[in-house]
Design a protein around this ligand. Structure first.
Ligand code: SF4
Length: 293
């Protein structure tokens, strides 16, 4: 890869302030992967379907951001949603990612396997939408489980029909974005449908998997009491599977990317939540017996 490969220093979904995240990040971009060359379009489509290659935006090693312990987070390219608050619109198109061989990705996991085990960490697939390339992701997860490495899928669940129950078996933890609590608001926020998220949460719960719910709080967009109440009820319906809910305050760290890509940014002048609003929302979740971070 050329030396100017972008180094990823911001998280998706506003989990952490970017400076904090950068200080926890050891390396990344797409360094260390040899890309397939000489594959024509048809070969690539076939290899994508079988999972022999995956289109990757970037990867990094971080601590306690995308799951427990020290983790390798791989940001896959491609996303079917168009969230108004997306921090990484540069991940939307799969073709903008870099094709990476499955074997190369598995070797990378193996290289850090001891570190993951020592820190109770592991591998996280994020995006973009991690479920857009189910064969690649689930084959890496299978290999990780064979090495005894913890696996985590960061997803909206929108494409959960791409995942068989067998694939779900290899997911230890899911970071599930519940972006809103009713179809109308969800569609306004993402352009997509809410029901697949609920369906996936239920499938995970039924399979005995752990869920960390993520909810992005945008004043005036996702903040109404009714919307938060509906999100909390959805979390409740997943039962004991939900270990906690992350209430993530909206911020503007993603704005420069929208400008660079010349995509009209709907939240140009949007402010983040006040401390009082965040407190109200946290208390609403807590009143449903949920642990909130
Ligand atoms: S689901 Fe897709 S559009 Fe929404 S925040 Fe994530 S990457 Fe961006």
């Amino acid at each position: 890869m050329p030396d100017n490969t972008p180094f990823r220093t911001t998280t998706r979904h506003m989990l952490k302030e970017s400076k904090t995240y950068a200080s926890q990040t050891l390396m990344g971009g797409l360094s260390g992967f040899e890309s397939p060359i000489g594959l024509d379009r048809r070969d690539r489509i076939t290899a994508l379907k079988t999972g022999d290659i995956g289109f990757v935006h970037s990867w990094d090693i971080n601590t306690s951001v995308d799951g427990p312990g020290t983790r390798m987070t791989v940001f896959m390219s491609g996303c079917p949603l168009r969230c108004q608050y997306c921090q990484n619109p540069d991940t939307w198109k799969m073709r903008d990612g870099q094709p990476v061989y499955l074997d190369a990705m598995i070797k990378k996991v193996a290289r850090y396997a001891d570190l993951f085990k020592a820190t109770h960490g592991g591998i996280t697939f994020s995006g973009g939408e991690s479920m857009m390339q189910p064969a690649f992701v689930s084959r890496v997860f299978r290999a990780a489980k064979e090495m005894g490495v913890h696996t985590c899928l960061d997803t909206s669940g929108f494409l959960n029909k791409n995942y068989t129950d067998e694939m779900i078996d290899d997911i230890d933890l899911c970071l599930l974005d519940v972006k809103s609590g009713d179809e109308e608001t969800y569609h306004e926020v993402t352009g997509g449908l809410l029901q697949p998220t609920i369906d996936f949460g239920r499938r995970l719960a039924k399979a005995g998997k752990k869920i960390w719910v993520r909810f992005v709080l945008v004043p005036g967009l996702t903040s109404s009491e009714e919307n938060v109440e509906n999100v909390a009820r959805i979390c409740e319906s997943f039962g004991d599977a939900v270990e906690h809910v992350d209430v993530l305050g909206f911020h503007q760290l993603g704005r420069p990317k929208w400008h660079e890509l010349r995509i009209p940014y709907p939240l140009e002048d949007q402010k983040g939540p006040s401390a009082a609003l965040k407190k109200r929302v946290v208390e609403q979740f807590e009143s449903h017996g949920l642990t909130v971070y």
